[in-house]
Design a binder for this molecule. Structure first.
Ligand code: GLC
Length: 466
């Protein structure tokens, strides 16, 4: 075990760096990614794979450390895995999709890469977030290295175009958001996120903004550049207006007219007041707080708070400055609900009783206040830190890091925590979970050098600390 190797004398950060080093995956002698978890005590299942979404926080750290090769190798490998031709075979992944994860396997002594597009995953869920993260990471790589040669290569330009094609071109939808199946993101089990979940929309917005910077003005890109430009404004408007919930907006929704037909409709989504938990929300939402709702669709406004989507919205400037502050106010004023004993809740509140049965399919891993359903995930610490620093509210980040530091090493970098206050190590949580380690390290690095925020943000310069 690690303790036996004398790690006890190392600081928390040194232990974390060492654990990150041990998680690196090599292909033909080159570092190409990091595995999800290195827990010696539980069956690996697919935790011995490199997940695209999990690698993002590792990648940002490697970029900050001046070790871009591993990120470059990762980007090249995953790009090669992306299907480039249309498929008539429904068992094959769609053109443009990026895998959820990959692993290095060997056959006859030869290493090869085996990808999982959700075709092996539990529930066979398609990872819609992977291609969006990929574009966002590619931009971060370019910012960190100034290596424009890589992104200008035709294979990379084609890769970006195919991601955009998947999101922008053919679709069964009339909204500017991107339509995805349930379980298509970090929350990769059924959780009522079918349709237009916020977590995906925030990443979609970031990927669209990033691709406008990354696509070169060559002829073959013109159609996609136009498609992105056409989509950005309506998407932004929709998210800022129709996903937004604060006390004032809540009152508007409370008094909505319904069954409106035609272009002038105010209640475009035909939301019925009775479907909104007004009294709970009116109690919970502080006057100075607000947030983006979890999902929006026909007669559906999911009022759960999803951290990833809200924090990434702040980081990517998807929310207005005032909205970003209101989200952080909410986190500050509802600290015990949203941060509690471990930063921070993946979503709040948990689905309970018949809601849990119906919406999750009675999934025992996602029972109330566990795992995705109201569990707490340390990886979110870096997003909280980035969002707080960006808005000049570093004190929130310091506080959250101090809370996390009390537990992370002692709990051997657990994957997630359970309970309404996040006090229990997750029932099925892995130990030595890489994105728990990197979530912590990234938060520390962002505090030490807030200039690193530029890898993810789209605004010029930094705001003053309050
Ligand atoms: C679980 C999580 C998913 C993560 C994977 C590897 O499936 O739900 O978000 O990518 O583990 O850590």
């Amino acid at each position: 075990m690690r303790e036996d190797r004398g790690l006890g004398n190392l600081s928390i950060e040194q232990q974390a760096w060492q654990a990150l080093e041990e998680s690196i995956v090599y292909y033909q002698g080159q570092p190409v990614g990091t595995i999800a978890a290195l827990d010696p005590e539980i069956a690996a299942l697919n935790y011995d794979q490199c997940f695209i979404r999990d690698f993002i926080s590792s990648a940002l750290l490697f970029l900050m450390q001046g070790r871009p090769e591993i990120v470059r190798n990762f980007l090249e490998i995953t790009l090669k895995l992306q299907p480039k031709t249309g498929q008539l075979d429904c068992s094959k992944p769609s053109r443009g999709l990026m895998p959820a994860s990959f692993k290095i396997a060997s056959f006859n002594g030869q290493e090869y890469i085996k990808a999982d597009f959700g075709d092996h995953a539990i529930g066979r869920v398609a990872p819609a977030d992977a291609c969006l993260w990929w574009v966002i990471l590619l931009r971060a790589y370019v910012i960190a290295t100034q290596d424009t040669e890589l992104v200008e290569r035709e294979d990379f330009q084609e890769g970006i175009r195919l991601v955009l094609e998947l999101c922008l071109v053919t679709r069964f939808d009339m909204y500017p958001m991107v339509l995805v199946p349930d379980a298509a993101s970090m929350i990769d089990r059924r959780m009522g996120l079918y349709g237009h979940p916020l977590d995906i929309q925030s990443l979609f917005y970031g990927a669209l903004k990033a691709s406008l910077e990354l696509l070169t003005p060559i002829q073959s890109n013109q159609f996609m550049i136009r498609a992105v430009k056409n989509r950005l404004d309506p998407l932004l408007k929709q998210l800022r207006e129709h996903y937004w919930l604060d006390p004032e907006r809540l009152n508007v929704i409370y008094r909505f007219q319904v069954e409106e037909y035609g272009e002038e409709a105010l209640n475009q989504f035909n939301i019925y007041s009775d479907s909104i938990p007004f009294y709970r929300l009116a109690n919970w939402l502080p006057e100075a707080g607000g947030f983006l709702a979890g999902n929006l669709g026909p007669s559906q406004l999911d009022c759960r708070f999803f951290s990833l989507g809200n924090l990434m919205a702040i980081i990517l400037s998807l929310t207005t400055e005032q909205q970003s502050h209101k989200i952080l106010n909410l986190i500050e004023l509802r600290w015990s609900d949203l941060v509690g004993q471990m930063p921070m809740k993946l979503c709040y509140p948990a689905l309970e009783n018949s809601d849990w049965q119906i919406v999750t399919g009675a999934d025992p891993k996602n029972r109330p206040w566990s795992y995705h359903n109201g569990g707490s995930w340390p990886v979110l610490l870096w997003m909280l830190t980035a969002a707080a620093k960006k808005m000049g509210r570093g004190e929130l980040a310091h506080h959250a890091i101090a809370v996390a530091e009390r537990r992370l090493v002692q709990d051997q970098w657990a994957e997630y925590y359970d309970g309404p206050d996040g006090r229990l190590i997750g029932k099925e949580a892995r130990k030595y979970q890489t994105w728990t380690i990197t979530g912590y390290l990234l938060a520390k690095e962002l505090i030490k050098n807030p200039d690193h925020l530029k890898l993810m943000t789209f605004v010029e310069g930094m705001r003053e600390e309050r």
